[in-house]
Design a binder for this molecule. Structure first.
Ligand SMILES: [Zn+2]
Length: 634
């Protein structure tokens, strides 16, 4: 890595004239888009699409806009933002008729190969990484929401030009040839988001490959430190896979109020952060984790992927049972990469995994929906959550991350460290990374077995297709770590008991989540099998009083802390405007997290597994373990 000390200018401002379709070196015709934004305050991108000539004269053809963006499994119907579409061809204007929600049929004035030029506008006023956004401060373009394709011709090369407001420049991961950015096909074109404006850019190299950090907006970030830390993350990923598979890479960052999220691409990532999100250290670790997550997707999902995830069908939902591996294993590695890069201490990663394991074990839906089922239903479950979601589902991010963790530890101990999830992913990348299509759906398990030599059929049956939870206590023990329950810190500890006394571990439990709406307390979620659920309280009801006292957040918190489990409380609730009374015998819940710490008694073999896994020395001064928390209590 070679971070440059000072900001570098991005690509020079492009004021390209709208001309004929550009030609590649081998003279293959390119369809060329010219994007302009003459009045950014209207949020309208203006697009001119010069369609490369057809091989033979056509009577009609279809223009199509994607309904979804790869990486975000939700039908967004981007066509609802398209307006003023018209097509010009030989003999004059063509007839344009909308035949489906995202499809326009074009009938030229006369049969011809071309040239055809489509002009249209796209309203872009939604600031997320999955949509496009244009105003006086910048233009962010997310390909699937902007670029039409000619049905049947997605495999052809494309070129992209910009006409920019004065003083603006563009950042994009596509190669720049004389003012035109070239894409080998439509997939690459729409996988290359762009940022136009006066954003700051910082260039750096890792293993001789140029990387750019583009920052729009300002917050409490430290760009020099970001460059240094991103370099280390990239290097850790390159070390795992034995190199970088791209010729350049763009970190496209939005810093804006209300912003949070990321979307992966083959040679770039779009991520968004709150202006205050870069400090203190704990929040900065989350920032780095998001960068690491989206970077890891360069390999896992953009190159290692099931067949349905590239090349893409943009017209409808595509299905795979492996999103737990694409997203979950990526989530697992975001923590692992940061540890290996030396940016996060192992204890922080272990603490985060401990919380995930606790939450997983406490989610009722985890016993109902498998990781494969959650993957398949992403379109209607994960992306469309409702009040019943926790009872019937568990997101494939968390569950998949825990499966990745368990699978990695299983492979490492079964092979005494000779194989691992690293080896599986490296193999899958070598095998499929360069292929035009992904691996056959259903082949993942067989690859894990053949690479590692470990029979994982039982593992997949129980934890991937089934709803069992891996035995984490046992798995961590094999790498020299002890995992056990630890009481959560109680904010009111001093009030609850004499200072120094062990914090309480058992709380009364209503088994619901509430939210405040205009000062009213509304029941948001009611968890299956717990107190409120069993007493018949439903999500959406407004809580007005508890035991005759006006309900507020403080009262609810004190109630769970101060009352004994089993106590009956009388709730007054409004359901569809009618007041009703419900008596709820309080349940009981333990308030804890999992502590995962080095075991000073761990054998040299187990210590070696730890070091091979985290890439860090086993703590020399592992402190003697306290007696298990349970022995000190009650
Ligand atoms: Zn992801």
């Amino acid at each position: 890595m070679r971070p440059f000390p000072a900001p570098l200018p991005a690509a020079a401002a492009l004021l390209a004239a709208i001309g004929a379709s550009s030609m590649t070196a081998d003279a293959a015709p390119r369809t060329t888009f010219t994007v302009s934004m003459p009045r950014p305050s209207t949020h309208l991108f203006e697009l001119v699409m010069e369609v490369a000539p057809f091989p033979a004269a056509v009577e009609s053809f279809d223009l199509v806009l994607p309904v979804w963006a790869p990486g975000s499994y939700f039908v967004r119907d981007y066509a609802r933002n398209v307006q003023d579409i018209e097509v010009e061809g030989p003999g004059g204007p063509a007839a344009v008729e909308k035949v489906e929600k995202s499809r326009w049929r074009v009938r030229p004035a006369r049969r011809a190969r071309g040239p055809f030029t489509a002009r249209y506008r796209v309203y872009a006023n939604e600031l997320t990484v999955r949509t496009s956004h244009l105003d006086e401060t910048h233009g962010y373009g997310n390909g699937p929401s902007l670029f039409l394709y000619v049905d049947g011709r997605k495999d052809e090369p494309y070129a992209l030009r910009f006409v920019l407001p004065e003083g603006w420049r563009v950042s994009i991961a596509l190669p720049d040839e004389g003012g035109a950015f070239l894409a080998r096909d439509y997939d690459e074109l729409v996988d290359s988001p762009f940022e136009c404006g006066t954003h700051r850019t910082y260039g750096f190299e890792v293993r001789g490959v140029p990387h750019t950090l583009a920052l729009w907006g300002r917050g409490n970030e430290d760009p020099e430190r970001l460059v240094a830390d991103l370099s280390r993350i990239v290097e850790a990923a390159a070390a795992l896979f034995g190199g970088l598979p791209y010729e350049r890479y763009l970190f496209l960052v939005h810093v804006a109020s209300g912003a949070r999220g990321g979307l992966e691409h083959r040679a770039s990532q779009s991520v968004a952060f709150e202006p205050t999100g870069f400090r203190p250290a704990k929040r900065y670790r989350d920032v780095l984790a998001l960068f690491a997550h989206e970077l890891f997707h360069v390999w896992n999902v953009k190159r290692i992927r099931p067949a349905s995830l590239g090349p893409f069908d943009y017209t409808r939902e595509v299905y795979t049972r492996d999103l737990w591996a694409m997203e979950g294993i990526t989530s697992y590695y975001e923590g692992l990469l940061l540890v290996r890069a030396g940016l996060v201490e192992p204890k922080h990663a272990l603490e985060a995994w401990g919380k995930e394991i606790r939450d997983h074990r406490q989610t009722p839906g985890a016993a109902v929906q498998s990781a494969e089922a959650a993957s398949f239903d992403a379109w209607i479950r994960y992306y469309r959550p409702d009040e019943n979601s926790p009872n019937v589902s568990e997101g494939y991010y968390r569950r998949g991350a825990l499966i990745g963790l368990a699978l990695d530890l299983t492979l490492r101990q079964a092979t005494s460290g000779r194989s691992s999830l690293d080896a599986v992913l490296t193999h899958l990348h070598d095998e499929y990374g360069g292929r035009p299509t992904g691996y056959p759906e259903g082949a993942y398990e067989a690859h894990v077995s053949s690479v590692s030599g470990v029979d994982v059929s039982d593992f997949f049956r129980r934890y991937v297709r089934g709803v069992e939870t891996p035995p984490f206590e046992e798995l961590f023990a094999r790498v020299g770590l002890a995992m056990r329950e630890k009481p959560e810190k109680d904010e009111d500890e001093e009030e609850a008991g004499p200072k120094g006394a062990p914090p309480r571990r058992t709380l009364a439990d209503l088994g619901w989540k509430t939210r405040t709406e205009n000062g009213r307390i509304v029941v948001a979620e009611v968890y299956r099998g717990r107190a409120a659920y069993e007493a018949g309280v439903g999500a959406g009801e407004e809580l007005v009083a508890v035991d005759g006292r006006k309900a507020d957040g403080d009262l609810l918190r004190r109630l769970e802390r101060d009352l004994a489990p089993g106590t009956a409380v009388k709730l007054h609730l409004f359901r569809r405007g009618l007041l009703r009374e419900v008596v709820v015998p309080l349940g009981e819940r333990r308030d804890f997290t999992y502590e995962i710490v080095p075991d000073p008694e761990a054998s040299p073999a187990r210590r070696a597994l730890y070091e091979g896994w985290l890439g860090r020395p086993f703590p020399a001064e592992a402190r003697p373990l306290d007696p298990p928390a349970g022995e000190r209590l009650e």
